[in-house]
Design a protein around this ligand. Structure first.
Ligand SMILES: *[C@@H]1O[C@H](CO)[C@@H](O)[C@H](O)[C@H]1NC(C)=O
Length: 369
């Protein structure tokens, strides 16, 4: 019975070959450094970051200038929008690309002591002309609003966070604005007044294609799931607070990325964000003061280092900023395991086939002889 007798040696052969063949794989996976885009623009101090997948470049705002710029993979900066009709010295914060209408949406805010102004601007990405400037209605009570971040759904509706008042505006594709969600959930969490950035509530917002928003709150480190139809909101249960969470983005595989000026969290959920788990947490250098995260080409994750804190200090001048890819080590390892498994299966299949062929040929030879 040669078939049975040769089995153990076949298995040991497969094992030996596997070890020889896949040993160099891990170094292949970790080859190539994370993509770093350094770019220069005098005193830009960008806070918001978006990726325009059709133009294949990033888009950044500015806390000091009424301009919006594109940044290429190679770090070439181009002025996309310069809008001197906006009030003096306003800040361009959160940005989003409305793919349906090929528009860029930008949160415009005048920071104290400038005269109050907060609006959502929409620009046509082809003509670079402004489509609308929608002033955002404020309720009379509450602190002076700050239009901080924006997300867009598939119908062109924009959702804008008010970090001071802890509510969300909606601006439809015609530029009509209203207060959309003022859920009690947003003020249900205790805020420590001594906490840094205690003035900053709802901040980063992202739209999930299943019809809801994920919103993070800087001064509590909480995340909320907000129904994009009726504005009802629920706290997302997380194993820890995302302290000073600023920006949020959703990758095409559903992974949610949250950034603060010193941490990037990778989160996953099994139940559409009733609760979420943190499967990786990466320390960032606070010197660049990351404020935004975006998903670029090939589903890579990038954070913006706009040195915003430095820029807010006033008289400081700076020309160099960067957009840097951040990888999850754990993900790279998981990818590595999959490559091992696939190569192993392929090899085993091949050897099994050869083994059978040999017997088939052997049997045929026996018969013909
Ligand atoms: C805007 O900034 C410039 C330069 O700092 C300053 O001279 C000007 O007075 C500011 N405008 C307003 C409305 O504060």
């Amino acid at each position: 019975m040669p078939l049975i007798a040769s089995r153990p040696s076949l298995i040991s052969l497969v094992a030996a070959l596997l070890i020889i063949l896949v040993a160099p794989i891990p170094s292949l996976i970790h080859a190539g450094k994370p993509h770093l885009i350094n770019f220069r623009s005098p005193n830009l101090f960008p806070e918001g970051l978006a990726y325009d997948s059709s133009a294949q470049h990033f888009i950044v705002g500015s806390i000091r200038q009424r301009t919006i710029h594109s940044v290429s993979d190679a770090g070439v900066v181009d002025t996309l929008i310069s809008d001197p009709t906006l009030p003096d010295n306003v800040t361009v914060l959160g940005l989003a690309v409305d793919k349906l209408n090929n528009r860029l949406l930008a949160c415009i805010t005048a920071v104290d002591p400038l005269p109050q102004f907060h609006a959502l601007a929409a620009y046509d990405l082809r003509t670079r002309q402004r489509v609308f400037l929608a002033p955002l209605p404020s309720d009379d009570e509450g602190p002076r609003p700050v239009a901080n971040d924006v997300a867009v759904d598939f119908k062109g509706n924009a959702y804008v966070t008010n970090s001071a008042g802890n509510y969300i505006w909606k601006v439809n594709a015609q530029g009509e604005a209203s207060i959309f969600s003022k859920s009690r959930a947003f003020t249900s969490q205790r805020v420590d007044p001594d906490f840094p950035y205690s003035f900053c509530g709802l901040n980063g917002v992202a739209y999930n294609s299943k019809g809801y928003l994920l919103v993070v709150q800087s001064n509590t480190g909480k995340m909320f799931k907000v129904d994009a139809d009726d504005g009802t909101a629920r706290l997302v249960l997380l194993p820890e607070d995302l302290n000073i969470a600023d920006g949020v983005a959703i990758r095409s595989d559903g992974v949610v990325l949250v950034v603060s000026h010193k941490t990037l969290w990778f989160l996953k959920s099994q139940d559409s964000w009733g609760e979420g788990g943190i499967y990786d947490k990466i320390a960032l250098d606070p010197e660049g003061f990351p404020t935004s995260v975006a998903v670029g080409g090939e589903d890579r994750v990038y954070v913006l280092r706009g040195h915003v804190l430095e820029g807010l200090r006033g008289n400081v001048e700076r020309e160099e900023f960067s957009i840097g890819e951040v990888r999850s080590e754990r993900e790279s390892k998981e990818d590595g395991v999959w490559i091992f498994v696939l190569i192993g299966l392929g090899l085993a299949y091949f050897l099994f086939w050869r083994f059978q062929m040999r017997h088939l040929v052997g049997n045929l030879n026996k018969k013909t002889n």
